[in-house]
Design a protein around this ligand. Sequence first.
Ligand code: ATP
Ligand code: MG
Length: 256
Amino acid sequence: MAKIFCVANQKGGVGKTTTSVNLAAGLAKLNQRVLLVDLDPQGNATMGAGINKAGLKASTYEVMLGECDVATARQRSEAGRFDVLPSNRELAGAEVEMVSLENRERRLKDALALIDGEYEFILIDCPPALSMLTLNGLCAAHGVIIPMQCEYYALEGLSDLVNTIKKVHANLNPDLKIIGLLRVMFDPRMTLSQQVSAQLEQHFGDKVFNTIIPRNVRLAEAPSYGLPGVTFDPASKGAQAYIAFGAEMVERIKKM
Ligand code: ATP
Ligand code: MG
Protein backbone atom coordinates (compact mmCIF):
# COMPACT_ATOMS: atom_id res chain seq x y z
CA MET A 1 0.00 0.00 0.00
CA ALA A 2 1.22 3.47 -0.85
CA LYS A 3 2.27 5.97 1.77
CA ILE A 4 0.26 9.13 1.14
CA PHE A 5 1.68 12.58 1.84
CA CYS A 6 0.16 16.04 1.59
CA VAL A 7 2.44 18.91 0.68
CA ALA A 8 0.66 21.70 2.52
CA ASN A 9 1.07 25.24 3.76
CA GLN A 10 -1.76 27.73 3.55
CA LYS A 11 0.73 30.46 2.71
CA GLY A 12 0.93 31.13 -1.01
CA GLY A 13 4.09 30.77 -3.06
CA VAL A 14 6.18 28.94 -0.46
CA GLY A 15 7.26 26.12 -2.76
CA LYS A 16 4.51 23.48 -2.35
CA THR A 17 4.15 22.74 -6.05
CA THR A 18 7.88 22.85 -6.76
CA THR A 19 8.33 20.39 -3.90
CA SER A 20 5.49 18.09 -5.03
CA VAL A 21 6.64 17.89 -8.64
CA ASN A 22 10.35 17.52 -7.91
CA LEU A 23 9.91 15.09 -5.04
CA ALA A 24 7.75 12.97 -7.39
CA ALA A 25 10.46 13.08 -10.07
CA GLY A 26 13.22 12.49 -7.49
CA LEU A 27 11.41 9.44 -6.11
CA ALA A 28 10.86 8.13 -9.66
CA LYS A 29 14.63 8.35 -10.21
CA LEU A 30 14.98 6.11 -7.16
CA ASN A 31 12.66 3.59 -8.88
CA GLN A 32 9.67 4.39 -6.69
CA ARG A 33 6.20 4.24 -8.24
CA VAL A 34 4.58 7.62 -7.63
CA LEU A 35 1.18 9.22 -8.17
CA LEU A 36 1.06 13.01 -7.92
CA VAL A 37 -2.40 14.36 -7.11
CA ASP A 38 -3.00 17.96 -8.13
CA LEU A 39 -5.49 19.22 -5.55
CA ASP A 40 -5.15 22.88 -6.54
CA PRO A 41 -7.47 24.55 -9.09
CA GLN A 42 -4.43 26.56 -10.25
CA GLY A 43 -3.24 23.33 -11.92
CA ASN A 44 0.43 24.24 -11.46
CA ALA A 45 1.55 20.72 -10.57
CA THR A 46 -0.24 19.43 -13.68
CA MET A 47 1.57 21.90 -15.93
CA GLY A 48 4.87 21.40 -14.12
CA ALA A 49 4.62 17.68 -14.82
CA GLY A 50 4.23 18.47 -18.53
CA ILE A 51 0.47 17.91 -18.85
CA ASN A 52 -1.73 20.52 -20.50
CA LYS A 53 -4.39 21.51 -17.95
CA ALA A 54 -6.59 23.06 -20.65
CA GLY A 55 -7.39 19.83 -22.46
CA LEU A 56 -8.24 17.44 -19.64
CA LYS A 57 -10.86 14.75 -20.35
CA ALA A 58 -11.08 13.95 -16.65
CA SER A 59 -9.48 15.45 -13.58
CA THR A 60 -9.38 15.58 -9.79
CA TYR A 61 -12.73 17.42 -10.04
CA GLU A 62 -14.65 14.50 -11.56
CA VAL A 63 -12.91 12.09 -9.20
CA MET A 64 -13.96 14.06 -6.13
CA LEU A 65 -17.55 14.27 -7.30
CA GLY A 66 -17.57 10.51 -7.93
CA GLU A 67 -18.11 10.90 -11.68
CA CYS A 68 -14.86 9.20 -12.65
CA ASP A 69 -12.29 6.95 -10.99
CA VAL A 70 -8.60 7.70 -10.51
CA ALA A 71 -7.55 4.90 -12.89
CA THR A 72 -9.44 6.62 -15.73
CA ALA A 73 -8.49 10.21 -14.92
CA ARG A 74 -4.76 9.75 -14.26
CA GLN A 75 -2.15 10.54 -16.92
CA ARG A 76 1.51 9.71 -17.30
CA SER A 77 4.14 12.41 -16.89
CA GLU A 78 6.65 11.06 -19.40
CA ALA A 79 9.02 13.84 -18.38
CA GLY A 80 8.99 12.90 -14.71
CA ARG A 81 8.23 9.16 -14.98
CA PHE A 82 5.32 9.34 -12.55
CA ASP A 83 1.52 9.35 -12.81
CA VAL A 84 -0.55 12.49 -12.33
CA LEU A 85 -4.14 13.03 -11.31
CA PRO A 86 -4.42 16.38 -13.09
CA SER A 87 -6.52 19.40 -12.27
CA ASN A 88 -7.58 22.79 -13.55
CA ARG A 89 -9.88 25.62 -12.50
CA GLU A 90 -12.98 23.39 -12.64
CA LEU A 91 -11.82 22.04 -9.29
CA ALA A 92 -12.70 25.36 -7.65
CA GLY A 93 -16.36 24.45 -8.22
CA ALA A 94 -16.01 21.16 -6.36
CA GLU A 95 -15.73 23.06 -3.10
CA VAL A 96 -19.33 24.30 -3.45
CA GLU A 97 -20.75 21.25 -5.16
CA MET A 98 -19.50 18.93 -2.44
CA VAL A 99 -21.42 20.76 0.28
CA SER A 100 -24.47 18.54 -0.13
CA LEU A 101 -22.51 15.29 -0.49
CA GLU A 102 -22.16 12.75 2.28
CA ASN A 103 -18.67 12.26 3.78
CA ARG A 104 -17.48 15.21 1.78
CA GLU A 105 -14.13 15.39 3.54
CA ARG A 106 -13.40 11.75 2.62
CA ARG A 107 -14.02 11.88 -1.14
CA LEU A 108 -10.34 11.83 -2.09
CA LYS A 109 -9.44 9.18 0.49
CA ASP A 110 -12.12 6.83 -0.84
CA ALA A 111 -11.07 7.42 -4.46
CA LEU A 112 -7.37 6.76 -3.72
CA ALA A 113 -8.17 3.56 -1.81
CA LEU A 114 -8.97 1.83 -5.12
CA ILE A 115 -5.47 2.31 -6.59
CA ASP A 116 -3.10 2.78 -3.66
CA GLY A 117 -1.67 -0.73 -4.11
CA GLU A 118 -0.10 0.36 -7.38
CA TYR A 119 2.28 2.90 -5.84
CA GLU A 120 4.92 3.33 -3.16
CA PHE A 121 4.14 7.05 -2.81
CA ILE A 122 1.11 9.23 -3.42
CA LEU A 123 1.90 12.95 -3.13
CA ILE A 124 -0.87 15.53 -2.88
CA ASP A 125 -0.15 19.14 -3.90
CA CYS A 126 -2.53 21.25 -1.78
CA PRO A 127 -3.87 24.73 -2.59
CA PRO A 128 -2.79 27.73 -0.48
CA ALA A 129 -5.81 27.61 1.85
CA LEU A 130 -7.19 25.57 4.72
CA SER A 131 -10.22 24.74 2.58
CA MET A 132 -12.45 21.71 1.95
CA LEU A 133 -9.97 20.64 -0.75
CA THR A 134 -7.03 20.74 1.69
CA LEU A 135 -9.19 18.97 4.28
CA ASN A 136 -9.72 16.16 1.75
CA GLY A 137 -5.96 15.96 1.31
CA LEU A 138 -5.37 15.80 5.07
CA CYS A 139 -8.05 13.11 5.51
CA ALA A 140 -6.47 10.97 2.79
CA ALA A 141 -2.87 11.25 4.00
CA HIS A 142 -0.57 9.46 6.43
CA GLY A 143 1.53 12.55 6.81
CA VAL A 144 2.12 16.17 5.96
CA ILE A 145 5.25 17.71 4.43
CA ILE A 146 5.39 21.45 5.14
CA PRO A 147 7.67 23.51 2.89
CA MET A 148 8.88 26.72 4.51
CA GLN A 149 11.08 29.60 3.53
CA CYS A 150 13.53 30.60 6.23
CA GLU A 151 12.39 34.20 6.53
CA TYR A 152 11.09 36.41 9.28
CA TYR A 153 7.40 35.63 8.71
CA ALA A 154 7.88 31.91 8.14
CA LEU A 155 6.52 30.87 11.52
CA GLU A 156 3.49 33.10 11.26
CA GLY A 157 0.56 30.97 10.20
CA LEU A 158 2.39 27.76 11.02
CA SER A 159 0.37 27.43 14.24
CA ASP A 160 -2.91 27.59 12.25
CA LEU A 161 -1.71 24.76 10.06
CA VAL A 162 -0.47 22.73 13.04
CA ASN A 163 -3.83 23.25 14.84
CA THR A 164 -5.76 22.16 11.76
CA ILE A 165 -3.60 19.05 11.49
CA LYS A 166 -4.22 18.31 15.20
CA LYS A 167 -7.99 18.66 14.74
CA VAL A 168 -8.02 16.40 11.70
CA HIS A 169 -5.91 13.88 13.61
CA ALA A 170 -8.33 13.95 16.58
CA ASN A 171 -11.61 13.89 14.66
CA LEU A 172 -11.19 12.54 11.16
CA ASN A 173 -7.87 10.81 10.50
CA PRO A 174 -5.96 9.23 13.40
CA ASP A 175 -3.15 8.22 10.99
CA LEU A 176 -2.22 11.82 10.22
CA LYS A 177 1.19 13.09 11.37
CA ILE A 178 3.47 15.97 10.56
CA ILE A 179 6.31 14.19 8.78
CA GLY A 180 8.45 17.25 8.65
CA LEU A 181 9.25 20.83 7.83
CA LEU A 182 11.25 21.24 4.63
CA ARG A 183 13.46 24.30 4.32
CA VAL A 184 13.14 25.58 0.76
CA MET A 185 14.47 28.51 -1.34
CA PHE A 186 17.32 28.57 1.14
CA ASP A 187 20.01 31.19 0.72
CA PRO A 188 23.03 30.27 2.86
CA ARG A 189 24.57 33.73 2.36
CA MET A 190 21.77 35.36 4.32
CA THR A 191 22.34 35.52 8.06
CA LEU A 192 18.58 35.63 8.57
CA SER A 193 18.13 32.32 6.70
CA GLN A 194 20.73 30.72 8.96
CA GLN A 195 19.07 32.13 12.08
CA VAL A 196 15.53 31.05 11.17
CA SER A 197 16.84 27.64 10.11
CA ALA A 198 18.57 27.18 13.48
CA GLN A 199 15.38 28.30 15.26
CA LEU A 200 13.33 25.72 13.37
CA GLU A 201 15.77 22.97 14.38
CA GLN A 202 15.61 24.12 17.99
CA HIS A 203 11.80 24.19 18.15
CA PHE A 204 10.92 21.22 15.97
CA GLY A 205 13.93 18.90 16.38
CA ASP A 206 13.71 15.80 14.21
CA LYS A 207 10.55 17.15 12.58
CA VAL A 208 12.88 19.24 10.42
CA PHE A 209 14.13 17.33 7.38
CA ASN A 210 17.91 17.01 7.03
CA THR A 211 17.74 17.97 3.37
CA ILE A 212 17.69 21.70 2.62
CA ILE A 213 16.47 22.92 -0.79
CA PRO A 214 18.53 25.90 -1.99
CA ARG A 215 17.20 28.81 -3.98
CA ASN A 216 18.05 27.77 -7.52
CA VAL A 217 16.87 29.47 -10.69
CA ARG A 218 16.83 26.18 -12.66
CA LEU A 219 13.93 24.98 -10.47
CA ALA A 220 12.01 28.16 -11.32
CA GLU A 221 12.76 27.90 -15.05
CA ALA A 222 11.80 24.24 -15.46
CA PRO A 223 7.96 24.62 -15.40
CA SER A 224 8.01 26.87 -18.47
CA TYR A 225 9.47 23.87 -20.36
CA GLY A 226 6.82 21.53 -18.91
CA LEU A 227 9.54 19.64 -17.06
CA PRO A 228 10.28 18.94 -13.40
CA GLY A 229 13.54 20.67 -12.39
CA VAL A 230 14.96 17.24 -11.58
CA THR A 231 14.59 16.27 -15.26
CA PHE A 232 15.29 19.71 -16.77
CA ASP A 233 18.76 20.06 -15.24
CA PRO A 234 19.60 16.97 -13.17
CA ALA A 235 23.05 18.32 -12.26
CA SER A 236 21.76 21.61 -10.82
CA LYS A 237 21.94 22.16 -7.07
CA GLY A 238 18.14 22.34 -6.81
CA ALA A 239 17.64 19.04 -8.65
CA GLN A 240 20.32 17.33 -6.57
CA ALA A 241 18.65 18.56 -3.38
CA TYR A 242 15.25 17.16 -4.39
CA ILE A 243 16.82 13.81 -5.29
CA ALA A 244 18.46 13.78 -1.84
CA PHE A 245 15.09 14.64 -0.31
CA GLY A 246 13.57 11.68 -2.19
CA ALA A 247 16.18 9.41 -0.63
CA GLU A 248 15.41 10.87 2.81
CA MET A 249 11.69 10.15 2.30
CA VAL A 250 12.42 6.56 1.21
CA GLU A 251 14.32 6.10 4.50
CA ARG A 252 11.52 7.76 6.51
CA ILE A 253 8.79 5.46 5.23
CA LYS A 254 10.80 2.41 6.29
CA LYS A 255 10.26 3.60 9.88
CA MET A 256 6.52 4.30 9.47
P1 ATP B 1 0.84 28.43 -4.41
O1 ATP B 1 0.59 28.74 -2.98
O2 ATP B 1 0.43 29.53 -5.34
O3 ATP B 1 0.33 27.09 -4.83
P2 ATP B 1 3.39 27.18 -4.06
O4 ATP B 1 3.48 27.15 -2.58
O5 ATP B 1 2.97 25.94 -4.74
O6 ATP B 1 2.47 28.38 -4.55
P3 ATP B 1 5.55 27.30 -5.95
O7 ATP B 1 4.64 27.54 -7.08
O8 ATP B 1 6.19 25.96 -5.86
O9 ATP B 1 4.83 27.66 -4.59
O10 ATP B 1 6.74 28.36 -5.90
C1 ATP B 1 6.50 29.76 -5.95
C2 ATP B 1 7.53 30.39 -6.87
O11 ATP B 1 8.84 30.21 -6.36
C3 ATP B 1 7.55 29.79 -8.27
O12 ATP B 1 7.79 30.78 -9.20
C4 ATP B 1 8.69 28.80 -8.21
O13 ATP B 1 9.28 28.58 -9.48
C5 ATP B 1 9.66 29.49 -7.28
N1 ATP B 1 10.49 28.54 -6.54
C6 ATP B 1 10.07 27.54 -5.74
N2 ATP B 1 11.11 26.89 -5.17
C7 ATP B 1 12.23 27.51 -5.62
C8 ATP B 1 13.63 27.32 -5.38
N3 ATP B 1 14.08 26.37 -4.55
N4 ATP B 1 14.50 28.16 -6.01
C9 ATP B 1 14.04 29.15 -6.82
N5 ATP B 1 12.75 29.36 -7.08
C10 ATP B 1 11.84 28.58 -6.49
MG1 MG C 1 1.18 25.53 -5.77
